[in-house]
Design a protein around this ligand. Structure first.
Ligand code: DP6
Length: 349
């Protein structure tokens, strides 16, 4: 017999960024962060997990290619879920798995991203969230979403925020064992459904520093990070929660843009400095800033993760279509503009 479970999880984009760990193994951050979960139709991972007594080892395929499961992060997630596995009984298929059997059963895992991995868009967030969710269902682990988020966190920090739709906060927590470092939903997907996300995929991929090694170097060398984590982010978290609650776009945009810019300033403050944005990214910021200033009130927020792609959040559909016109005028997708494509998506499911 084979028992299978399939799950789908969208990626998330942080509007108050996570950057820096206080514990690298457990993946515990130096500050809280807040994100918005995307519409699964645009950027998501679909993962099927299967178990069968005929499988003789754990194996995984990503976008059709077999990958190694030796990494500590995958093993941590698997260990956590396995320790919570319960009895499973599927009468229809005649499957009966006792709690104690899970230790000796092997898994086959197939995972697909519905966006090109080469586009350099965060895939670890959706990937680990989906894997943990699917494994928990397969093994009948009776944990709630927040507890699952604390497990997904051990795969990749940002993954903990993808267990929920809408607006999500990752509470950094205080405990040394990380049990209180988990995600909570601030508002569901319906709360602020006017927002429209447009992602500009920048084509020339610079030689990238991974988030994991980048933030390690920042923690080791940046004084600005200490100031950010202690003084700046705690205040911004409170203000951002308030802006989301009141659907206050002006405050939301101001906080989102400032936080993205401070995250990249912290990267520059790292020794050696890390450059994630390129000329195209900088030019997109100028276009949005000019537009917002000419309107008197912000129309669009921008944010950039560990790469040159721009994530823009328009206040409503009308603004989104004007933004797209502007972007296509200034940056039509071609080699000269360095723009590859645009992804347009509603905020969340
Ligand atoms: C810039 O979650 O990819 O996207 O925990 O080492 O796997 P690890 O890092 P990761 O870092 C994400 C950093 C960011 C900001 C954010 O998503 O909050």
């Amino acid at each position: 017999w084979v028992r299978m479970v399939t799950a789908q999880t969208p990626t998330n984009i942080a509007v108050i960024k996570y950057w820096g760990k206080r514990d690298e193994t457990l993946i515990l951050p130096v500050n809280d962060s807040i994100s918005v979960t995307l519409d699964p139709a645009h950027l998501c991972t679909t993962t099927t997990v299967a178990v069968s007594p005929s499988f003789d080892q754990d194996r995984m395929w990503l976008n059709g290619k077999e990958i190694s499961l030796a990494g500590g992060r995958f093993q941590s997630c698997l260990k956590e879920i396995r320790s919570r596995a319960c009895d499973v009984e599927d009468e229809e298929k005649g499957i009966k798995i006792a709690k104690k059997d899970w230790e000796n059963l092997h898994l086959h895992i197939a995972s697909y991203n519905n966006f090109p991995t080469a586009a350099g868009l965060a895939s670890s967030a959706a990937g680990f969230a989906c894997l943990v969710f699917a494994l928990a269902k397969l093994m009948n682990a009776k944990e709630d979403q927040s507890q699952l988020s604390a497990i997904a966190r051990q795969g990749s920090g940002s993954a903990c925020r993808s267990l929920y739709g809408g607006f999500v906060k990752w509470i950094m927590g205080k405990d040394e064992d990380g049990r209180d470092s988990l995600a909570v939903q601030l508002a569901d997907e319906k709360h602020w459904d006017d927002l429209v996300i447009i992602i500009a995929v920048v084509s020339s991929r610079q030689k990238e520093t991974s988030s994991t090694s980048g933030m390690r170097e920042t923690v080791e060398t940046s004084l600005l990070l200490k100031h950010r984590a202690k003084e700046v982010v705690p205040k911004r978290i409170v203000q951002m929660e308030e802006a989301i609650k009141n659907r206050d776009f002006a405050s939301f945009a101001q906080l989102t843009c400032s936080d993205s810019n401070q995250f990249h300033a912290v990267c520059l403050d790292t020794s050696p400095p890390i450059f994630y944005m390129n000329d195209t990214s900088h030019r997109i910021i100028s276009v949005v800033e000019k537009w917002n200033r000419s309107e008197g009130v912000p129309q669009v927020a921008y944010t950039f993760d560990a790469g040159p792609n721009a994530v823009m959040i328009a206040r409503d559909r009308k603004t989104a279509s004007l933004l797209l016109q502007r972007l296509l005028f200034h940056f039509p997708p071609n080699a000269e503009t360095d723009l590859n494509s645009y992804i347009i998506g509603d905020k969340s499911i």
